[in-house]
Design a protein around this ligand. Structure first.
Ligand code: COA
Length: 228
């Protein structure tokens, strides 16, 4: 895998600045209100996407993303760490995307179904990754990936912070979990950088194999919306 490029920000002051910048720029653009789903009252932010952060546009998937996501899913690190999300060809990618696009309207709630967004790099409008929320037991889990050519520049952290804040605001979540292979150092460091707290390790079936995983959590109270 080689020596990683290192993120250009490496101290908490820079992270605080990044989060402050995200708090300003990830504000939902649309109307606000209160919604009710499965009997639970939760705040609703209508039409808040795309998320516009310092370097990224984070938006809903469209069918035309199939080719880019096919290429991305076959990169070495994606095959290593997300083997269940590798597409065999463009029609496989398109059918997966059709499913994900359908989830935006039904159930439109990551407590009940996947809500996956793609990440574009603002400078060149290239699709460089994805960040998604999905149900796990009674919780919601965040997953993410960045194209190898763009790794090591803090973009995963930027996407995780922005998507987490949006999810807290939009769906009224109490906390967001993330589960990653215990051997996936880059993923664990990105989560810590995004202020997820390590809850512990356990052995479970993950990405198709029984393996040790590390569980992280970000609570709404300690999450990126504090101070907004
Ligand atoms: C995990 C992943 C998203 C990180 O993306 P990234 O944009 O390079 O991450 P960032 O630049 O925001 O860096 C976040 C932290 O990870 C570290 N990091 C990034 N790549 C690394 C690597 N290959 N090895 C070790 N650490 C790495 C960075 O140094 C940084 O930590 P630090 O600030 O403490 O030094 C990326 O490696 C990836 O897409 N991997 C394949 C998919 C995957 O594993 N997804 C997670 C599944 S839950």
């Amino acid at each position: 895998m080689g020596e990683p490029n290192r993120a250009p920000y490496n101290n908490s002051m820079q992270l605080t600045a990044l989060r402050a910048q995200l708090m300003l720029s990830v504000r939902p653009q649309g109307a606000h209100g209160t919604g009710r789903m499965t009997g639970t009252e939760y705040p609703v932010s209508f039409n808040p996407l795309p998320l516009d952060t310092r370097s990224l546009l984070i938006r809903q998937v469209v069918l035309d993303d199939a080719r880019d996501l096919l290429v991305l899913s076959n990169e070495q690190m994606f095959r290593a760490w997300l083997p269940s999300q590798v597409y065999s060809d463009e029609s496989h990618a398109r059918s997966a995307l059709e499913f994900l696009i359908g989830q935006y309207s039904t159930p439109a709630n990551p407590r009940q179904g996947a809500y996956v967004l793609v990440i574009e790099h603002k400078a060149d409008r290239t699709l460089i990754g994805h960040v998604g929320l999905s149900p796990i037991d009674d919780d919601v889990e965040i997953g993410f990936a960045i194209a190898q050519r763009y790794q090591g520049h803090g973009l995963a952290v930027e996407a995780i912070v922005a998507a987490s804040r949006w999810a807290f605001e939009t769906f009224g979540l109490d906390r967001i979990l993330s589960i990653t292979s215990s051997a996936n150092i880059a993923s664990k460091r990105a989560l810590v950088r995004a202020e997820f707290a390590h809850q512990g390790d356990k052995v479970m079936r993950f990405q198709g194999t029984e393996q040790s995983v590390s569980v992280y959590a970000l609570s709404a109270l300690s999450g990126p919306e504090v101070g907004a």
